[in-house]
Design a protein. Structure first.
Length: 269
């Protein structure tokens, strides 16, 4: 005899609904978390680029106005670098002015040890948008370079190089990313647990109907589901089941009456 085909295991309605609820909630949380992180990251990067561009433009304006006041320019550039270190966290700003082809005029103290002039030119194309660069010690910088032509008769060309240390900003973004992942993980756990609890509670009336049908026997055909606290979807099912019981009880009573009459006729001569 051929062996019967094995019965495939299927998920219960409770497990299916719990899975769908948890999956949809997790997907929604992932989308919201990803969008928020992208918004924060975009905002921070935009603010960094705007800050560096404004500082470079300010030095450019000072250079055009005070070309031969070297002491004043040096004082302003050093002051700009010191101003970037004030506040709740460190954001070092380095500025350098070079008279082309290769004559450094003034720069923020310590800039040559971090970003030598020739190395800076190999990293950044003048006139382009700010570019990120990571140093060997792990520090992150935002770099920008512009070329300016003097308005006097000398017609000199200057190169203004700006570097903004954004390491602290990157650490804040990394902390925010870890916090977002933690919130997402917590949301996954809550979604799974709440999905199981809500689904089981939502299907409790169906379980009650199942238990009520098990109590109906041939001697208890008068039992009915009735209109209790069933949800709208199950109320129609309970009404149809009660109507079926009415028909079964009527047929069973007729059959019992027929059997009794038949027995009476057989006993009577």
């Amino acid at each position: 005899m051929p062996k019967p085909a094995p019965v495939k295991a299927t998920w219960s309605i409770t497990n299916r609904l719990a899975f769908l609820y948890a999956a949809s909630t997790i997907l929604l949380l992932a989308i919201i978390t990803g969008v928020l992180f992208w918004v924060v990251l975009t905002f921070v990067q935009k603010q960094q680029a705007q800050f560096l561009t404004e500082e470079v433009d300010e030095v450019k304006a000072l250079m055009q106005q005070y070309r031969y006041a070297m002491d004043f320019l040096e004082h302003e550039i050093v002051a700009e670098g010191a101003a970037g270190k004030r506040g709740s966290y460190l954001r070092s700003l380095y500025m350098r002015i070079v008279v082309l082809p290769d004559d450094p005029v003034v720069e923020t103290p310590g800039m040559s040890s971090v970003l030598p002039r020739a190395f800076f030119d190999s990293l950044v194309t003048p006139g382009h948008a700010p570019k990120q660069w990571t140093a060997e010690d792990g520090r992150r910088f935002l770099l920008q370079s512009v070329t300016v032509r003097s308005a006097d008769q000398a017609g000199e060309y200057w190169r203004i190089q700006g570097a903004l240390d954004i390491s602290q900003d990157q650490r804040l973004i990394a902390d925010y990313q870890r916090l977002s992942l933690l919130v997402l993980l917590l949301g996954v756990v809550i979604a799974v647990v709440s999905g199981v609890v809500i689904t089981r509670r939502g299907l409790q009336p169906l379980q009650e109907i199942t238990e009520a049908t098990r109590r109906i026997t041939g001697s208890r055909l008068s039992a009915r589901m009735g209109h209790k606290h069933w949800p709208a979807e199950l109320d129609a099912l309970a009404s149809a089941f009660d109507q079926m019981l009415d028909r079964l009880e009527e047929a069973f009573n007729r059959l019992s009456q027929f059997s009794a009459d038949l027995a009476h006729e057989l006993r009577t001569p």
